[in-house]
Write a protein that binds this ligand. Structure first.
Ligand code: NAG
Length: 245
């Protein structure tokens, strides 16, 4: 860069950054994490300081200096201004859903099936089908017993927003275990080309139970062994001690 143009650039910069130079700018923001949570913000800055802001969640203008507080009060009492900002929120909402539709590919959920005691129910057990991290919101979670749809004893949460753009849902089936009965949780979602089936495997649980019983048995055996050894030792030294537990 030639020296003179360097200096003229510097001069220009100095001119623009004079301390008493006025610079106003406004920032219009359309913020969203999910379609249920869209905020329209209009922020008016003066010399880089935020003076006035319309926040659609609050539905009014807020001033941040004495003077701009007065302006905010005035604007809040003029229905046409508030109406216009409400219209801007509508635009923001429609753009947001467009962005979601165009830019986000469906996200496949991860599914976990587990069982729990069914408290306060005519059935003993409850299966929980937990479906996590899917997008878009629309989903179908259903149950089948031996391939037949089950609708009774089924409850479900709504599609819950994770706070980012993903959702989760939990479906519950109360049931009385029957040997040989095949229970599946079926998930239908835009991310899946066909319904996905998750079969309940009762052996996972019974294996866990067997393991617990085995461990308890082992512990009990150890207690007897130790008691026996103590008894044997005491007897050999001429005294009999009946252990108390
Ligand atoms: C807008 O208002 C809501 C509700 O009071 C608040 O939670 C949010 O932080 C505000 N946004 C900004 C950028 O001030």
């Amino acid at each position: 860069m030639p020296v003179h143009s360097f200096f003229s650039l510097l001069f220009l910069l100095l001119l623009c950054s004079r301390a008493d130079a006025f610079f106003g700018h406004a920032v219009i923001r359309c913020q969203f994490n999910s379609l249920d949570d869209i905020v329209y913000l209009a922020q008016y800055h003066f010399n880089k300081m935020l003076m006035l802001q319309f926040n659609s969640t609050l539905g009014n203008y807020t001033g941040y200096t004495k003077r701009s507080k007065e302006v905010a009060d005035t604007l809040n009492n003029i229905p046409t201004f508030i109406k216009r900002e409400e219209k801007n929120l509508k635009t923001c909402q429609s753009h947001a859903s467009m962005v979601f539709d165009l830019l986000s590919n469906p996200v496949e959920p991860s599914v976990r099936l587990k069982s729990a005691d069914a408290a306060g129910s005519k059935h003993q057990r409850m299966l929980i089908c937990s479906v996590h991290g899917f997008y878009p919101k629309h989903i179908r979670v259903t149950w089948q017993k031996n391939g037949n749809n089950v609708t009774s004893d089924v409850t479900s949460t709504d599609e819950l927003s994770n706070g980012n753009w993903l959702y989760q849902i939990h479906s519950y089936l109360e049931f009385t275990p029957k040997t040989g009965e095949k229970i599946t949780c079926m998930v239908e979602h835009a991310s899946l080309t066909e319904p996905k089936l998750y079969e309940w495997d009762p052996t996972v649980e019974s294996q866990r139970n067997k393991f617990a019983v085995g461990t308890a048995g082992l512990l009990l055996g150890l207690v007897f062994l130790v008691t026996g050894l103590i008894y044997f030792k005491k007897k050999n030294t001429g005294r009999i001690l009946v252990p108390t537990s």
